[in-house]
Design a protein around this ligand. Structure first.
Ligand SMILES: *[C@@H]1O[C@H](CO)[C@@H](O)[C@H](O)[C@H]1NC(C)=O
Ligand SMILES: *[C@@H]1O[C@H](CO)[C@@H](O)[C@H](O)[C@H]1NC(C)=O
Ligand SMILES: *[C@@H]1O[C@H](CO)[C@@H](O)[C@H](O)[C@H]1NC(C)=O
Ligand SMILES: *[C@@H]1O[C@H](CO)[C@@H](O)[C@H](O)[C@H]1NC(C)=O
Ligand SMILES: *[C@@H]1O[C@H](CO)[C@@H](O)[C@H](O)[C@H]1NC(C)=O
Ligand SMILES: *[C@@H]1O[C@H](CO)[C@@H](O)[C@H](O)[C@H]1NC(C)=O
Ligand SMILES: *[C@@H]1O[C@H](CO)[C@@H](O)[C@H](O)[C@H]1NC(C)=O
Length: 672
């Protein structure tokens, strides 16, 4: 039966193609014959899933047949067209998503050469901006990519052959025709939203509108671009979608329904027939509760509720979660009310930054007037949260002048608030990479490096239990009032390890700082911290990030470039140009070489943090790298190496390295 329908449907759509003003409507995609590639697939209930929860993937889905876009009897101008679709972006972890979805008009269905990540599966580093692409796209982008001049990490833009949008705006919709009243939208909220894309062939104007599902189309569009698309669009073009995920944060991108019309208004979608998104645990339940309760509870109870309403609201505003086991833990617990007052109600003005784990606000504690930084970390699962808090609490007892002090915490439903010492100068990365802020001189940098190293020795060896940081990088190093480097965020990466199936360990950290074995085992060790510290050393010495997409060939992956300069005896060419030559050559060489040694692909060949400190203090001389058996083959980093390492297991040549590297290890330890 269903096959007959499918057949009739296909027949109907192919007739539609033949008509003068072709169109289609899909309320769900069951049995549709879309062209798909990458990880795009049609789920059992008819959702078009462009990407699922996998890193650095892209997915394309195109209507199988091309459309004629040009009116040959009118100087090849572009016909009017109109399209509407419903999408949802469901991030694996709340508030962190990536990268986005794009509606695409393109000359081919496969978009050859396109890559994932910030390129959205549309372009690559060389094809971006090339007029021979002939691609018009509407991007729904949830990651801020400064190289494309993005305005924020939640915007809608129109892209003409170029990821630097011709026009873009934060995701929002207008409530009336005045253009003054609007509501913000969060693209990656996991909620279904509808988009309308309309091109007026006479006015040569492209409009894009977005709204939450079930709301009528807003009266004025979010974006309106006056541009004659005939310079970009060819006569015969395909329409479809492209989507990509990033390297760490991962999201499933769905299209639920889609309608397209040449020369006219796209037919409305039947929203009641759209397929349902997969259930998302506790969120779904609470929705059922809020819908169910008012029906069950008789009217007279409602009046009583309204009397007690204000009391309840007051209580809920400051509600916390408290359990018995927390009583004896000895760590300081803050009341939510105090933190609320300290941060002036977590208002945007107090926002210090948004990290991988949540937002950080500045606050002044009401009683003591101490300045603090409050980090709000949301978590989905109840499982494991107890262990995690126990761990955070015990970490709160760590005391070291190169660690950002955790002062205490507060717990609410689905949310954890961590209170830290306030660091007046903020994080190190802005002093290294941000052209507008003042640069640090070499002696400041060397002092910060030594500080961070001694903080890591404390975590790894000097405290009663081994603490793995898991996310060492410049942006996690904060600068205190005396220009000391202090490590922040230690142990936090564990949050994402708890409460998930141990068989599906997933890697937490940042691309470019992740040790190769980490991508295989998913397990953080002191050696993976040393690896990340190596990337950090190079970052500070060279004044750039471990991976820089827009750098020229051979320089994209920092460690590869440093190792190639080192092989030709010119390692100092990699130093941060802003230092001019205002540094101590011996120290600079030491830092760069140590950075390479820490980046060794074999964990056992990397020094321990204690050895690193001895080298930095010049207590133990760092032998010539080549005499340690080190060569360019010892480096596996960057995106390529990454994937290779995942797909290949240890080769016999690696085993040889293991042998020779244990020799290197003994050279290091005998040097003590
Ligand atoms: C994502 O899709 C790929 C390719 O279809 C598949 O191999 C992988 O198992 C999927 N992952 C999840 C989490 O569904
Ligand atoms: C194509 O152009 C001709 C000549 O300008 C015009 O009469 C006709 O209406 C156009 N067709 C459409 C579908 O816009
Ligand atoms: C057709 O295009 C040419 C060149 O773009 C232009 O000069 C001419 O005015 C156009 N004619 C019409 C009828 O639009
Ligand atoms: C970029 O994409 C183009 C096609 O658009 C392809 O020819 C080229 O090889 C790609 N370049 C890279 C570096 O992948
Ligand atoms: C992409 O567009 C931006 C802004 O218009 C422009 O500065 C940039 O040069 C373009 N990229 C290329 C490769 O043409
Ligand atoms: C929307 O968000 C922006 C910041 O992204 C904020 O400045 C603005 O006040 C918000 N507007 C509304 C109506 O919520
Ligand atoms: C695009 O938006 C503008 C401004 O609201 C409106 O005047 C115009 O009619 C719209 N065009 C289309 C094709 O919807």
């Amino acid at each position: 039966m269903s096959t007959i329908f499918a057949w009739l449907f296909l027949l109907a759509t192919s007739f539609a193609i033949a008509l003068e003003n072709p169109s289609f409507v899909y309320n769900g995609f069951k049995n549709s014959r879309f062209y798909r590639d990458g990880v795009a697939e049609i789920t059992g209930n008819g959702l078009l899933r462009l990407t699922n929860y996998t890193k650095l993937q892209k997915g394309h889905a195109f209507y199988p047949k091309p459309f004629q876009f040009k009116n040959q009897s009118s100087n090849n101008s572009i016909f009017s067209f109109s399209s509407t679709f419903v999408f949802a972006m469901v991030p694996k972890y709340p508030e962190t998503g990536g990268h986005g979805i794009a509606f695409v008009i393109a000359p081919s269905r496969s978009l050859p050469g396109a890559v994932a990540g910030q390129y959205l599966g549309l372009f690559n580093v060389t094809s971006n901006g090339d007029p021979s692409n002939h691609i018009v796209a509407v991007e729904l982008d949830t990651v801020y990519s400064s190289e494309f001049g993005d305005i924020n990490a939640n915007h809608v833009g129109i892209d003409l052959n170029n990821l630097t949008s011709a026009i873009s705006d934060p995701a929002k919709y207008y409530l009336d025709h005045t253009g003054r009243n609007y509501k913000n939208l969060s693209l990656m909220s996991g909620q279904e939203m509808q988009v309308w894309i309309e091109y007026d062939g006479l006015e040569k104007q492209l409009n894009v509108t977005i709204a939450p599902i079930k709301l009528p189309k807003p009266q004025i569009p979010l974006l309106s671009l006056s541009y004659d698309l005939s310079s970009i669009i060819l006569d015969s073009m395909y329409v479809g979608f492209s989507s990509s995920t990033g390297s760490v944060v991962i999201t499933s991108h769905y299209i639920l329904g889609w309608s397209f019309q040449m020369n006219g208004q796209a037919r409305a979608l039947d929203l009641s027939r759209l397929p349902k998104l997969p259930r998302r645990g506790p969120k779904e339940q609470s929705k059922a509760l809020t819908i169910g309760l008012p029906i069950i509870i008789p009217v007279f109870v409602v009046t009583i509720i309204s009397i007690t309403f204000f009391v309840i609201r007051w209580k809920r505003k400051y509600a916390e979660v408290f359990e018995d086991w927390e009583l004896g833990s000895g760590s300081h617990r803050f009341s939510y009310k105090d933190l609320y007052i300290a941060t002036k109600g977590f208002r945007d003005k107090e926002l210090l930054g948004i990290g991988g784990f949540g937002r950080v606000y500045k606050g002044v504690l009401p009683s003591s007037k101490i300045e603090v930084a409050v980090k709000r970390v949301s978590h989905e699962s109840k499982q494991g949260i107890k262990e995690f808090i126990a761990e955070i609490v015990s970490i709160g007892q760590l005391r070291h002048r190169n660690l950002v002090q955790l002062l205490g915490y507060c717990r609410r439903k689905g949310e954890l608030l961590l209170v830290y010492d306030f660091m007046p100068h903020g994080s190190l990365d802005k002093f290294l990479f941000c052209p507008s802020s003042s640069r640090l001189n070499w002696s400041q940098r060397f002092r910060i490096i030594k500080g961070v190293a001694s903080g890591l020795v404390y975590l790894h060896e000097e405290w009663e239990q081994v603490v793995i940081h898991r996310d060492v990088k410049a942006s996690n190093v904060l600068i205190d009032g005396e220009w000391n480097g202090r490590l922040g965020d230690f142990g936090l990466a564990r949050l994402y390890d708890h409460g998930t199936n141990p068989e599906t360990t997933h890697v937490v950290g940042t691309l470019g700082y992740l040790a190769p074995e980490m991508t295989r085992t998913g397990k953080g060790t002191t050696s993976t911290d040393v690896f990340a510290f190596g990337a950090f050393l190079l970052e500070v010495a060279c004044g750039r990030k471990p991976i820089q997409q827009l750098a020229s060939d051979g320089k994209i992956i920092l460690v590869d470039w440093v190792v190639s300069c080192w092989s030709r005896g010119a390692i100092l060419e990699t130093t941060d140009p802003s230092l001019v030559s205002d540094y101590v050559t011996e120290e600079m060489e030491l830092v760069l070489k140590l950075g390479l040694l820490c980046s060794h692909k074999i964990p056992a060949a990397r020094p321990s943090m204690r050895q690193v400190v001895q080298f930095l203090d010049k207590d133990v001389p760092l032998l010539e790298l080549s005499s340690l058996g080190f060569n360019a083959g010892c480096i596996t980093c960057g995106q390529e190496g990454f994937d290779e390492f995942v797909s290949s297991s240890l080769h016999s040549s690696d085993l040889n390295y293991l042998r020779s590297s244990s020799v290197a290890g003994s050279v290091l330890s005998s040097g003590r």
